[in-house]
Design a protein around this ligand. Structure first.
Ligand SMILES: Cc1cc2nc3c(=O)[nH]c(=O)nc-3n(C[C@H](O)[C@H](O)[C@H](O)COP(=O)(O)O)c2cc1C
Length: 245
């Protein structure tokens, strides 16, 4: 049976964003196992925020009071063998539109608590696929890898709560540099190739090997150089915008 993949892409720049520079080859790699991939751009969806009324747990079990695009997202997540969270780091976490989707996913769980490995969580409803997997794909503006720490911890916590196995992460620090260097012909194709290999690895092995994660995250240029180029870029854009050529 084909692997069903649901992708939640939180970049407001959609497939023109820096997130997609890594996400696209990863999904190309996944196509090796003829995965059925459904992508949702959370910035384009019409999804009301969760109001915390718990109607989906009590009065209409499994069904939210709002009829909006979340209905189709939930149908997809319910069946997904693999859930891919793809997003730029925004203020050390997920962009609001993606977090909104995550908040609205509570109809998938039952209200009751169970204790698993000494920790409370909610059982999933019967119609929701259990034992699925999850991958995180992200990029950020700062140079250092530790800018992903909150997002990685968050993703691992989500996995425990929604009964999914965290099978790997593709993290691209100084993400804007990758796109710029690709466009200028710098030798950075190995990073794209590693992302593609990571997709194939999920098909063949069921997880992303550490070595591929490291190749996707490798430093592209020294930190001081990146800071200098970034600052110059913004100084020039500000000067242009103010009419000073
Ligand atoms: C509102 C906002 C918040 C951001 N916060 C962070 C941050 O906390 N840490 C960081 O390294 N980059 C931060 N960035 C930079 C983005 O992660 C970076 O520009 C990324 O390449 C955007 O990806 P995209 O093109 O896919 O949207 C922020 C950008 C925006 C617009």
């Amino acid at each position: 049976m084909k692997m069903k993949v649901t992708v939640l892409n939180g970049s407001p720049l959609l497939d023109k964003g820096n997130t997609s520079v890594i996400l696209s080859p990863f999904l190309d790699g996944l196509k090796e196992c003829e995965a059925e991939i459904e992508t949702f751009y959370t910035a384009k969806l019409n999804i009301h925020h969760c109001t915390g009324c718990f109607t989906c747990w009590i009065k209409t079990p499994g069904r939210c009071v709002f009829r909006d695009d979340m209905d189709m997202v939930l149908e997809s997540i319910k069946k997904a063998d693999l859930l891919v969270l793809a997003a730029p780091v925004y203020v050390d976490g997920f962009p609001g539109t993606l977090k909104n989707v995550l908040d609205r996913s509570i109809p998938l769980a039952l209200p009751f608590f169970e204790v698993m490995d000494g920790h409370c969580r909610h059982p999933l409803r019967n119609e929701v696929k259990g034992n699925g997997k999850m991958v995180l794909v992200s990029n950020c503006g700062y140079w250092e890898m530790d800018n992903f720490d909150p997002m990685v911890e968050h993703t691992k916590a989500i996995c425990k709560n929604i009964h999914r196995e965290f099978v790997g992460k593709l993290l691209r620090p100084h993400g804007p540099a990758l796109r710029a260097m690709l466009e200028k012909g710098f030798p950075v194709q190995d990073v794209i190739e590693a992302a593609r290999e990571a997709g194939k690895a999920v098909c063949r092995l069921g997880y992303i090997p550490k070595e591929l994660e490291e190749r996707v995250s490798r430093p592209l240029l020294p930190k001081d150089k990146y800071v200098e180029i970034t600052n110059r870029y913004f100084e020039e854009r500000i000067r242009e915008a103010s009419g000073e050529a």
